[in-house]
Structures are given as C-alpha cells and as structure tokens.
Design a protein around this ligand. Structure first.
Ligand code: HEC
Ligand code: HEC
Ligand code: HEC
Ligand code: HEC
Ligand code: HEC
Length: 376
C-alpha cells in the first residue's frame, strides 16, 4: 500500500462505521438479541474492525474493486457484488426496489460494515440463484450467498447447447464461465444446479455437513473470512491440515491411493479431466487447447501444444473458439471446480460427481479407459 492511499482507507472505515452506527441495532436477528454498539467492549470492536481491514472484503487494491477504474463506474450487472453502494442498491437499502441494481455504482468501494449491517441486510434470509431456484431460511449466510453464488448455472449451459450435435464445432459457442468463488452454489450441489448435470445422472444435494459447521458463518468468521481450524480438527482427528481431511474412502481418481485428503481425489480428477479436454480438443475439435488459470478467458489456442500459455498465446484474441457442446460442458464443470478452492469442504461429493461425469462423457469419444474410477 502506498502512503497516500492510507487516508482513503481510514476515511472509508470511518464512513462505514458512521453508516453502521446509523443502522443500529447491529446484530442480525433472529440469531442475536437486539444490541447497540455501546454494549461492545471497545477492544473487541477494534479487533473486529482490524480483522475486517485485513480481509479480502476490505482490500481496496484487489482486482475485485479496481477492475472498472478506467471506466469510472461499476456497471449494473456487476455492481451488486463488486461495490458497497451496488450491494446496498441490490438489497434496496438505498430506497430503490430490492433484488435489482438500478444504477451503475461507485468504483473502489469494497465490502464494508454498512454492506452487511443495514436493516435490509439483517432481514435478508433468502437467495435466488442463477438457476432461478430460491432458497429461504439461510439466516445471516444469505449475505454470503448473495455474492458467492456465481453468475451462471448448468441450466445456462444446457440451454446454449440444446439440440446441437455433441461433437460438431459451433462458431456461435464461446466459453461459459460460472465466475469465481461460487461457494454457495457448490454447497447447494444438485439442489441448485450450479454445475452442468449430465442427463440420466443424479447429483448430491446440499452438503449439510454437521450442525455445528453447516453454514458459511459457522465455518468462516464474517469479518476476517478466515476458518478457525481448531474446531474442525476436534472432530477430524489425526490430521493437522484441513486439506488432509477425508471421510469417503473411494479411490475416485483411480491412482491406486486413498492416502491423502479428499482434496487429493478432486485434484487428481481435475488433472485427468484437463488432460482429456486437451486430447478431445486436438482429436475432435481439431484445434489444440491449453488452460491458463489466471488469465481470462482461461481456455486458449495452443498451437505449439505444450500446454502452457506463453506471453504471445494468451489474451482475448487467442481465446479458444473451437467449442463443441461436449467440450463446453466439460470445460464449464472443470472451471467451476478450479475456481472454488474450498470445493473439497463446500461439497466434495458433488464436485467429484461433476468431474467424474465430465471425464466419462469425453471418454466416450476419445481413447480413455474409465475402469478404475468409481462414481462418488
Ligand atoms: C453474484 C455476484 C457477482 C456478480 C454479479 C459479479 N461478480 Fe465478479 N466476482 C464475484 C466474487 C464473489 C468474486 C471474488 C472471487 C474471489 O474470491 O477472488 C469475483 C471476482 C471478480 C474478478 C476478479 C477475478 C480474479 O481473478 O481475481 C473480476 C475481474 C470480476 N469478478 C469481474 C466481474 C464482472 C466484469 C462482472 C459483471 C459483468 C461481475 N464480476 C459480476 C462475484 C460477482
Ligand atoms: C460480509 C458481511 C459483513 C461485514 C462486511 C461486516 N460484518 Fe459485522 N457481522 C456480520 C455477520 C454475519 C455477523 C453475525 C456473526 C454471527 O452471528 O456469528 C456480524 C456481527 C457483528 C457484530 C456483533 C459481533 C458479536 O460478537 O456479536 C458487530 C459488533 C459487527 N458485526 C460489527 C461490524 C463492523 C464494525 C464492521 C466493519 C468494520 C462489520 N461488522 C463488517 C457480517 C458482516
Ligand atoms: C457484497 C458482496 C459480498 C458479500 C455480501 C460477501 N462477499 Fe465474500 N467476497 C466478495 C468479493 C468481491 C470477494 C473478493 C475480494 C477480493 O478479491 O479482495 C470476496 C472474498 C471472500 C473470501 C476470500 C476469497 C479469496 O479469494 O481469498 C471469502 C472466504 C469470503 N469472501 C467469504 C464470505 C463470507 C463468509 C461472507 C458472508 C459473511 C461473504 N463473503 C460475503 C463479495 C462478497
Ligand atoms: C464446513 C466449513 C465450511 C462451510 C460450511 C463453508 N466454508 Fe467456505 N471454506 C472453508 C474452508 C476450510 C475453505 C478453505 C479452502 C482452502 O483454502 O483450502 C473455504 C474456502 C472458501 C472460499 C475461498 C477462499 C479462497 O482462499 O479463495 C470462499 C470464497 C468461501 N469459502 C466462502 C464460503 C461461503 C460463501 C459459504 C456459504 C455458502 C462457505 N464458504 C461455507 C470452509 C467452509
Ligand atoms: C462435529 C464433528 C465435525 C466438525 C466440528 C467438523 N466436521 Fe467435517 N465432517 C464431519 C462428518 C461426520 C463428515 C462426513 C459428512 C458426510 O459425508 O455427510 C465430515 C466431512 C468433512 C469433509 C469431507 C470429507 C470427505 O471425504 O468427503 C471435509 C473436507 C470436512 N468435513 C472439513 C471440515 C472442516 C474444514 C471443519 C471445520 C470448519 C469441519 N469439517 C468440522 C464431522 C465434523
């Protein structure tokens, strides 16, 4: 952070705090009795504000809050999740109708206290997901789910590819990106259809886990967004890293080992799916492909077939354009898994099923034996 940005930071905190105080009582009902800020120990409050300041939600410099700086405003279709005034607009806390963003919103406005502590934010209890499915009774986790739901569902992919021949390149198809950190969509699994569902398969529904660790804010601190690992390890004994947790004993990636955490099965299937996607692109679409996790729009032409996207191979003009319906479905599910780094906790069974089915679908047309991989 450069020196002259600091005052802006502090001003933002003060502005957010004054909005917060105006919006008292602050704890979200019904979980909390109505309380006023004055009841909080000032040290506890200072700690909470510091937690928030260190969290990604307060990161003024992040791409999530600076991406539109050249344009000067965050457009309405992006503002609900990328600008505090946009979120207030979406909630109807600014006096406009709830559920829509009516105006482009200010740039450089991260998710401050006032985003989550207005009357309308406290009252929020339901979320409508990109599939059109609405879930009620979410409590304070409805806040998280409003932004961490992704922007597309598997139904969008099904609609875009309906009645097209599976293995014919379609000039009109482009990559469809679920967007990022769609934790709520992944957690809801088959109930919300965040992933592309293959016909004839059934998918694991909401991962309810255990009552004490079943919602966003039961696991994530709302202010730091961090997960307190000690409570997890009191049940998941014998490991010292969340990524080493495993309850399912299937060798889902067929590598002959069930030694690591369930995350290693997901990572194994991801690697095999990417390899299958590249083989399919070469053999069926007739155009080599590579994936670059940090570069929009992620799937690129790869003429030298080295699987890497060099400086001259990336960028929008070199995006992959030889999509068949079958390839698009697999790529959509692959990206969904890659872009939720918490998928192994949010809904491991669902993500494993999507990866498995995508791989199995490609295996039908390329040379790939699925033999040793059980469907989760
Ligand atoms: C439903 C909420 C939502 C909407 C609407 C939304 N985004 Fe996002 N977006 C997110 C979340 C959540 C993240 C943060 C992912 C993370 O944890 O890094 C994100 C991250 C991003 C990033 C950063 C990606 C990176 O690699 O760091 C960009 C750029 C972005 N979004 C662009 C857009 C654009 C452009 C639009 C409108 C066309 C848009 N978003 C609409 C929720 C949304
Ligand atoms: C992303 C949403 C979000 C943001 C941003 C946020 N809060 Fe909260 N806050 C919550 C939620 C959710 C709870 C309830 C937590 C729970 O029930 O476990 C909460 C609880 C609180 C409480 C009650 C704490 C307690 O222990 O009972 C205070 C005080 C508070 N927030 C102040 C703030 C302040 C000050 C800021 C800005 C620095 C802020 N919050 C930013 C979501 C948020
Ligand atoms: C108004 C939209 C919004 C709300 C509400 C919201 N988030 Fe976020 N969240 C974001 C955006 C945007 C980012 C990315 C911030 C960045 O890149 O710095 C993010 C980042 C995160 C991250 C870190 C991801 C990473 O890449 O490291 C976690 C964890 C998280 N949020 C959890 C939560 C939880 C839990 C709640 C509910 C208490 C919540 N969020 C509420 C929009 C939101
Ligand atoms: C059972 C506990 C649990 C629940 C429930 C849960 N999470 Fe997570 N989440 C985690 C863990 C653990 C990680 C860390 C993954 C890692 O870094 O290995 C994570 C990762 C994330 C990330 C990505 C952070 C990053 O590093 O990029 C986001 C965003 C997120 N969770 C948001 C949510 C939201 C929103 C909900 C509610 C819909 C939710 N989580 C529910 C435990 C949980
Ligand atoms: C009260 C005990 C308990 C607590 C606390 C708990 N878990 Fe769990 N966890 C379980 C049980 C039981 C399952 C199996 C649930 C199922 O498959 O339906 C599970 C499943 C999981 C899985 C999936 C494993 C697999 O092989 O599919 C992960 C990952 C996980 N927990 C992580 C966490 C994290 C992270 C936390 C802390 C935020 C946590 N757990 C807290 C009991 C607990």
């Amino acid at each position: 952070m450069t020196g002259h940005e600091r005052p802006r930071h502090l001003l933002a905190v003060l502005a957010a705090l004054s909005l917060l105080i105006a919006a008292l009582p602050i704890a979200p009902p019904p979980a909390h009795a109505q309380q006023s800020l004055a009841q909080y120990d000032p040290d506890a409050l200072a700690r909470l504000v510091r937690d928030w300041l260190d969290a990604p939600h307060a990161d003024h410099d992040s791409l999530s809050f600076t991406y539109w700086n050249k344009q000067g405003a965050v457009p309405t279709e992006c503002a609900a999740c990328h600008s505090q005034p946009g979120f207030l607009d979406h909630l109807g806390a600014d006096g406009t109708p709830a559920g829509v963003v009516d105006h482009p919103a200010a740039i450089n406005q991260p998710i401050g206290c006032a985003s989550c502590h207005t009357d309308s934010a406290h009252a929020l209890d339901r979320v409508t997901f990109p599939s059109g499915i609405e879930v009620a009774g979410l409590g304070a986790s409805a806040l998280c789910g409003t932004c961490h739901q992704g922007r597309l569902s598997g139904l969008d992919v099904a609609r875009a590819t309906a009645s097209l021949p599976e293995d014919q390149v379609q000039a009109d198809l482009g990559f469809m990106n679920i967007h990022y950190a769609a934790a709520a969509g992944v957690q809801g699994g088959g109930d919300l259809i965040a992933g592309y569902h293959y016909p004839g398969q059934s998918y694991a529904g909401t991962f309810t886990h255990v009552p004490s660790a079943g919602t966003c804010i039961a696991c994530h601190d709302a202010h730091s967004t961090r997960v307190e690992t000690e409570s997890c390890l009191s049940c998941h004994r014998g490991v010292d890293d969340l990524r080493a947790i495993r309850m399912q004993h299937g060798d889902f990636d067929g590598d002959g080992s069930i030694a690591g955490g369930i995350m290693s099965e997901i990572a194994g299937l991801e690697a095999q799916l990417l390899a299958a996607i590249r083989t399919y692109a070469l053999q069926v679409s007739g155009q080599p492909l590579a994936y670059a996790p940090g570069q929009y729009p992620y799937f690129f032409k790869d003429p030298d077939q080295d699987g890497k996207i060099g400086a001259d191979e990336g960028g929008f003009p070199n995006r992959y354009q030889s999509w068949t319906p079958r390839l698009l479905k697999a790529a959509y599910n692959y990206q969904m898994s890659r872009k939720d780094p918490g998928a192994y906790v949010h809904n491991p069974r669902y993500v494993l099923q999507l990866l498995h089915d995508s791989l199995a679908d490609l295996a039908g047309v390329i040379d790939l034996d699925l033999g040793r991989r059980p469907r989760p």
